[in-house]
Design a protein around this ligand. Structure first.
Ligand SMILES: Cc1cc2nc3c(=O)[nH]c(=O)nc-3n(C[C@H](O)[C@H](O)[C@H](O)COP(=O)(O)OP(=O)(O)OC[C@H]3O[C@@H](n4cnc5c(N)ncnc54)[C@H](O)[C@@H]3O)c2cc1C
Length: 458
């Protein structure tokens, strides 16, 4: 296998309008930097692609030298990539165009497009996409992992809306992959992760949704156990049109944090209701009746604003997190989680979040994609921001405490939320995993396409 010391990039550079850097080149440290600043990536080279043909040229260059290729839109998922010493890191951020076809209600996003740009472009036509909680997550990376949005309980996973993937396969060929052309690869790309092909663009259906009722209600952190019980009762009554989360937050005292939450332990319920505001006000009544809220910001928002309601960091950030899919939080697990996640635990975590699943997420046709449905009631995600060389140790220990609390009801993984390397198989049933390995063997037998969710060829 070629290593960076012997790698001559000049034939590749000649094929690129973008550029390629090797270790030691000017700009190397900026080039290997990911959105997640905690990731320390050391690839054999970094390539900036500007068009699909350059991605194909990079794949062929790598294949001829026994090197591998890892795609990166933003680097949100970078901490799980692992050792890249035999890998070209192919950055797609210069391929960020978004086109909306309002008549067909379809968007086409290039490999490096961000959800915030899709949301704004679609919003101009009264349309919306199944994006997640952050505007600067990449459309392609998110969708390859399924994609859990604020509208998930009504509309399912983002991957279920994909019409076509434009890809480069491990042999360097460009292909358009749809349900009718390359059906097996189409199935694998819808939720199976980025190990199967280099996606150069993606086409997906949009929803006719101009606005939605959404916001956050928050209380002092010490009321966590009581509020978690109330959220569990509340979510049991909700229609599919309402998707919500429950969070313990310890946000830093920064000006961009809403004043009531700044520097104070808080518990918050954030929700989106894809239905009339009158209906939503009635739905919120039981939460408001609990009294003592320090913040109550619900309103009818234009659909593009849904990207921002979670207050996720919108700039590169060092973050260290972990997650668990939960079959259903019972009383014992809820009590243990409240103790581990609440302010009395004295942990350094910034957020511990439960997302309410169910609804359409549990009903999708089982073979609609590698990840077509999610079999669990809640998804737990927790993270901290490491400060200083030992910061990660305290965060890891707190994450372990939170995960131990829910261990009795843990039912699996959802790869989009796995910040650390996990067994990719843990997110799939045995039959789906076997089929994913068979597709990998058919399209990339030499395992040249490197993902943060590895799938060994069968
Ligand atoms: C602040 C924050 C909020 C989030 N909110 C949500 C949420 O609400 N719902 C949710 O489902 N997820 C959420 N995520 C998780 C996110 O969806 C995943 O981390 C996703 O993989 C990020 O994709 P990316 O392209 O931005 O990241 P990258 O690190 O660039 O990509 C991640 C992986 O995707 C694959 N990939 C990316 N581009 C391509 C390509 N062009 N071709 C082939 N493979 C490719 C690669 O395997 C790569 O390793 C969130 C993450 C963060 C940090």
């Amino acid at each position: 296998m070629t290593t960076d010391a012997s790698l001559d990039l000049s034939p590749l550079r000649a094929a690129l309008r973008g550029h390629a850097l090797a270790p030691g080149d000017d700009g190397w440290d900026a080039a290997r930097q990911a959105w997640n600043l905690a990731a320390d990536l050391r690839p054999a080279a970094v390539v900036y692609a500007e068009e699909a043909a350059e991605i194909a040229a990079t794949m062929r260059f790598a294949g001829e030298r026994g090197l591998r290729v890892a795609m990166q839109g933003t680097g949100h998922g970078a901490p799980a990539l692992g050792d890249l010493s035999d890998t070209l890191l192919l950055k797609t951020q210069r391929m960020a165009a978004v086109e909306i076809d309002p008549a067909r209600r379809v968007a086409r996003a290039q490999a490096g497009a961000l959800w915030g740009d899709v949301a704004v472009s679609a919003g101009r036509h009264g349309l919306a996409a199944l994006h997640g909680s952050s505007p600067d997550v990449g459309v392609v990376g998110y969708t390859l992992g399924g994609g859990l949005s604020w509208l998930a309980r009504r509309h399912g996973l983002a991957s279920s809306k994909v019409v076509a993937f434009e890809v480069v396969t491990a042999d360097g060929a460009q292909r358009r992959v749809t349900a009718d052309a390359d059906a097996d690869l189409f199935w694998a790309l819808r939720g199976g992760g980025g190990a199967f092909a280099l996606v150069t663009a993606i086409e997906f259906e949009l929803l006719p949704l101009a606005e939605a009722f959404a916001g956050t209600i928050a209380w002092p952190g010490e009321r966590g156990a009581e509020l978690l019980a109330a959220w569990r009762e509340w979510t049991a009554t909700l229609p599919d049109a309402t998707t919500s989360s429950f969070r313990w937050l310890q946000l830093p005292p920064l000006p961009e944090v809403p004043e009531p939450l700044r520097g104070r332990p808080t518990v918050a319920i954030t929700a989106v209701h894809d239905g009339p505001a009158t209906e939503a006000d009635a739905l919120l009544a039981s939460l408001r009746a609990l009294g003592g809220a320090t913040l109550d910001r619900f309103a009818v928002l234009p659909a593009p604003a849904l990207c921002h309601i979670n207050g996720d960091p919108e700039q590169p950030t060092p973050a260290f997190g972990d997650h668990a899919l939960l079959s259903a939080l019972d009383d014992a697990a809820a009590a243990a989680l409240s103790a581990a996640a609440g302010p009395e635990a004295g942990h350094p975590l910034v957020g511990v979040e439960l997302r309410h699943l169910g609804g359409a997420l549990g009903r999708a046709p089982r073979d609609a994609g590698a990840l077509a449905w999610i079999d669990g009631e809640q998804l737990l995600f927790a993270f901290g921001i490491p400060m200083g060389p030992d910061g990660g140790v305290a965060i890891r220990s707190a994450l372990d405490g939170v995960l131990a609390a829910v261990a009795p009801v843990r039912s699996g993984s959802v790869l989009n939320f796995a910040d650390t390397p996990v067994e990719t198989a843990s997110a799939f049933d045995a039959e789906t995993w076997r089929r994913l390995q068979q597709v990998k063997a058919a399209v990339d037998p030499g395992d040249l396409i490197r993902s943060n969710r590895p799938v060994p060829p069968a």
